[in-house]
Design a protein around this ligand. Structure first.
Ligand code: ADP
Length: 556
């Protein structure tokens, strides 16, 4: 009988230190560019990596030890990036803090993270000062730039810290499983929950980014998502791993300055949520700026309207991706299957899907009873995922109900088709159940956004005596345009099942957004309950439903 054999492969730990060393030794000429509103400042990787070792030494001098948490309360810039590396290289944990949280949420997030040091942008010091007395674990505050630091107690100047520190030449040997970075969800559907990434998960996720989008040394990645959101979607680590330039727009994510930055720096890749891409598109069209130097746009964080992807198509493919804070975030990407090319009738069908799981991530669809559902493109259930960069728990053991059987319950409901394409139709908390059947708010929004006068559309469920819930459409029109909701309802006929056709419509100037630019449906529902919308009722529900009542499931 043949003797059992063992793998002959090495077990090299997968750490951020490895990513850092690659960047320092192989890609010294790649750049980090920070926008400052009018001009940009730039530093190459050799300078940035040297500064990282100074920051690491400085933080160690301030008392940061392995396992300690260092918060960053910063926009997208070079110093923030330096902390992305310096903190984990010490074996400490980077805790990116969302600059748009409410004061109470911010205090809660810093305290539950147990941050000992917080690095803060000069412009954000008042927000931190306002809650300083509630922070129970913070010992040192490091300020990036010149600021009024009253209310913060003794502070350390970031540049001084670097100047007075000798580069840390010997980096500690780390275990790939140890915590490296931490992020809280943006709290779209509840209180922010903490996720702790390991060195290994960051390393593998970076490689997945590179593999899926072919990131390489010739790329310039425009990071239009805040670096406090899911490690800047993992792009900074991926860029350092492959030597791509990183273009950081600081706090200038508004359409005009963002366009100026993009036009000046000519990224080959841009990354953002749909709201940011919508703003950039409007600004580029108004200015007559061609964005054809970009080779790829990566859009996610919320459903990406088909019309938005189509508007960008003459310049570059704006690809839909799906992810969560819990999934590092890359989970799915919507590229058409083999054999389907642009011009084919199913091309946009596949491009509009939420996506197929990337290598390393598994997906399953689970029904109410907790059992797997078929992949037939019709059966609706909750999407669950697992993989080496997917969370297995939340910080502090909260939200245990979000995990089962080694899988993460995403809280997203939808379908999976025979080829594994997932279509998210809603988040569980946003589901509209009408007469026992689901109405997809995301699909209704997608269809409404195809109307040329509609700038933004959000659909939420409102209580209905007869049907349990019915959809309420909240619309924002493009400047100078408006359409009678009755005409919009007509526009939807034939595009969605007739029982979805909304009777309740409201027009607002702008749909409220969460800190990372997603539609804030919690806020919308609250505004509706408070009677802050003027809701126009178009037709009697019964009339809309008449054809359905005559159908096979009629008579309910
Ligand atoms: P929060 O839960 O506070 O919004 P996350 O950033 O972790 O914080 O949000 C993850 C959620 O964003 C997903 O569960 C999903 O509902 C939504 N999402 C992300 N990408 C997409 C997409 N392409 N289509 C639809 N929804 C998406």
């Amino acid at each position: 009988m043949a003797r059992p054999i063992q793998s002959t492969m090495q077990e090299v730990p997968l750490t951020i230190t490895d990513i850092f060393r690659r960047a320092a030794s192989l890609f010294s000429a790649s750049q980090v560019v920070t926008f400052e509103g009018d001009t940009s400042r730039r530093a190459d990787f050799s300078e940035v990596t040297e500064r990282v070792t100074r920051l690491a030494a400085g933080l160690r001098y301030l008392g940061v030890k392995p396992g300690d948490r260092v918060g960053t309360f910063c926009w997208n810039h070079q110093e923030h990036l330096e902390a992305y590396f310096a903190v984990p290289l010490l074996g400490a944990v980077l805790h990116t803090l969302n600059v748009r949280l409410s004061p109470a949420q911010l205090a809660h997030v810093i305290n539950s993270g147990g941050d000992r040091v917080v690095i803060v942008d000069a412009g954000l010091t008042p927000l931190l000062a306002a809650i300083r007395s509630q922070l129970t674990t913070v010992e040192k505050v490091v300020v990036v730039g010149r600021a009024d630091t009253s209310g913060l107690g003794a502070v350390v100047d970031y540049d001084e810290l670097l100047k007075s520190s000798t580069p840390l030449r010997t980096l500690p040997v780390l275990d790939e499983r140890q915590p490296a970075a931490m992020c809280h969800t943006s709290g779209t559907t509840g209180d922010p929950r903490g996720i702790v990434y390991s060195h290994r998960s960051v390393w593998l996720h970076s490689l997945a980014m590179i593999a899926n989008f072919a990131f390489n040394e010739h790329d310039r990645i425009g990071l239009m998502v805040p670096m406090f959101h899911v490690n800047g979607w993992g792009k900074p680590y991926a860029a350092f791993m492959c030597g791509a330039d990183l273009l950081l727009p600081e706090r200038f994510l508004q359409p005009q300055p963002l366009l100026a930055f993009v036009a000046a720096e000519r990224p080959t890749i841009v990354v953002g949520v749909p709201t940011i891409f919508q703003g950039l598109l409007t600004a580029a069209q108004a200015a007559g700026t061609e964005l054809d130097f970009i080779r790829l746009g990566i859009c996610g964080g919320a459903a990406v309207p088909t019309t938005l992807m189509q508007a960008y198509q003459p310049w570059f493919p704006l690809i839909q991706a799906w992810g969560m804070t819990e999934t590092s975030p890359l989970g799915m990407v919507a590229l058409p299957p083999r054999g389907v090319i642009e011009g084919d009738s199913s091309y946009w069908y596949y491009r509009s899907k939420t996506g197929r799981p990337v290598a390393g991530v598994e997906v399953r669809l689970i029904g109410d009873s907790g059992t797997p559902l078929p992949w037939d493109g019709k059966t609706v259930g909750e999407v669950e995922v697992r993989g080496p960069w997917v969370a297995s728990s939340h910080l502090g053991g909260v939200g245990r109900d979000r995990f089962h059987d080694g899988w993460l319950r995403t809280g997203d409901v939808g379908t999976v088709d025979e080829l594994g394409y997932v279509q998210i139709t809603d988040r569980t908390k946003d589901i509209i159940k009408s007469g026992g059947e689901w109405i997809s708010s995301l699909e209704l929004e997608n269809q409404l956004l195809a109307h040329p006068a509609v700038l933004d559309a959000a659909v939420v469920g409102i209580p209905d005596e007869r049907w349990g819930e019915r959809p309420l459409v909240v619309l924002a029109f493009r400047p100078g345009q408006s359409v009678d909701p009755e005409d919009l309802r007509q526009f939807l006929i034939g595009k969605v099942p007739s029982f979805w056709l909304p009777e309740s419509w409201a027009v607002v100037l702008a749909i409220p957004k969460t800190p990372v630019g997603k539609q804030d449906k919690k806020a919308l529902r609250q505004l509706q309950v408070e009677g802050r919308f003027e809701v126009q009722r178009l037709v009697r529900v019964e009339a809309v439903w008449a054809d359905r009542l005559r159908g096979p499931k009629g008579g309910r």
